[in-house]
Design a protein around this ligand. Sequence first.
Ligand SMILES: C=C(O[C@H]1C=CC=C(C(=O)O)[C@@H]1O)C(=O)O
Length: 491
Amino acid sequence: MCNRSFLHGFLHGTKWGETVVALIKVMDLEELLARGGQRARALGSPVLISHTRLVSEVDPLSFFAAGEDLFTGQRSYWADQDRRVQLVGLGAARYVEANGTNRFSAVETEWQSLLDNALVEPRDTHMAAGPVLLGGFSFDPLKPKSKLWASYADASFQLPRHLLAVMDGELTLTFNVLLQPDESWQATAIQAADEQNKLMERAHRLTVKLHPASGKIREREPESYHRIVEKAAGHIREGALEKVVLARKMEVDMDHVISPGQVLKRLHDQQAHSFLFVFERGASCFIGASPERLVKREGNRLISTCLAGSIPRGNTPEEDEQLGQALLEDHKNRVEHAVVVHMIREAFESECTDVQIPEAPRLYKVRDIQHLYTPVVGKAGADTSLLRMVERLHPTPALGGYPQQQSVEMIREMEGFDRGWYAAPIGWFNHRGDGEFAVAIRSGLLHRERAVLFAGCGIVGDSDPDSEYEETWVKFRPMLSALGGISRDDR
Ligand SMILES: C=C(O[C@H]1C=CC=C(C(=O)O)[C@@H]1O)C(=O)O
């Protein structure tokens, strides 16, 4: 069945040892593609083929950079906060996208129909390998989309053509393709092997070099942030709602076209204990380092995080501890945090059994800031998929407010800009329903020389506009440093 002479022809000219190894590896894919071709013709519709193999040590950041020429504008990256999982997606076998309020179920339905006739080989990989979707959602599908976010749908997931996945130190490379009934599987096999060889070879040669950078911050109307915080705190005191998270955006104009690979490298080096993410859509790139998990599913175990209430890090260990202690004892921050725990508890208790939540928050420290933190775990109910849980939780009061509907309406009316994917769920999930989502804070949208950064604060009745404004500066810091050490003085 398999036309192996194609591959013999293609591999001719490589070193003998490499030829044998490449041939053995490509054979599996070739056979799978041949079976897929048959299935696609029989069904008269495209069939998803997903083939995974183990690969030798390669730096995921170099692999991401290696995709620049072949797959520019079509790259994704994800790392969880302890770097147990790292994913690099290059190229797209397919984008699963939806707009409007039913985006969660629309994505789930389309993903299921792609999987129905899929050929996945081998089936027993670690959970981050194989057919995996990487992407995210917008914050508010009812907010009119701005030009800035034009290339980001309300739900947009990339099924990578090539997926490098690292989990617990094991590296795999997956090739995904939606094989058309009239497509030559032989040509696809040759192209896949060619691309994989190029990417691996480039990634092994390449280290991401950091170039000096300078830029100018354009902070438009900082007073308007003071005004909306004041107004929202007033509404809260009058009892209209309990909490709202208000954000502002800021532009940074760099003196060069920004390289997502370099920004990612700096985030990677500087932001331990944060989720890292990159989602390119054409000439735009959404990138960040978020400390906040929304929800993770592994088997039937669900984990979420309440993260709200903030204070800067200290300059000495003693000062750091004092600030942490002050945060733990601060009434305003404890109220902000308690509202988040209350909402996530409700969501977990309606969807899970065995829900466990500690009584009091602990501190979660990242490079520039410390937060109040409460972990939440539970056992998923029979109908509780990961995306259903994402939908149930988004936005938590750490990103939207409480009650949910009133706070999102207030944000829509008062904030004065489109959040796009800022503060929304971003992450990945696989064909078995496992995966993880974080919330896209400490983030920015890159477009050529410009970066648009976002930061927000939880507002309660006794919030002070000056200190909330100062807090946004602390929250801008991770992205400002990652752009190459831009500071507040660069205005
Ligand atoms: C909305 C943001 O942070 C949220 C997450 C943690 C702590 C927060 C706070 O203390 O206000 C915010 O709720 C942001 O960084 O843009």
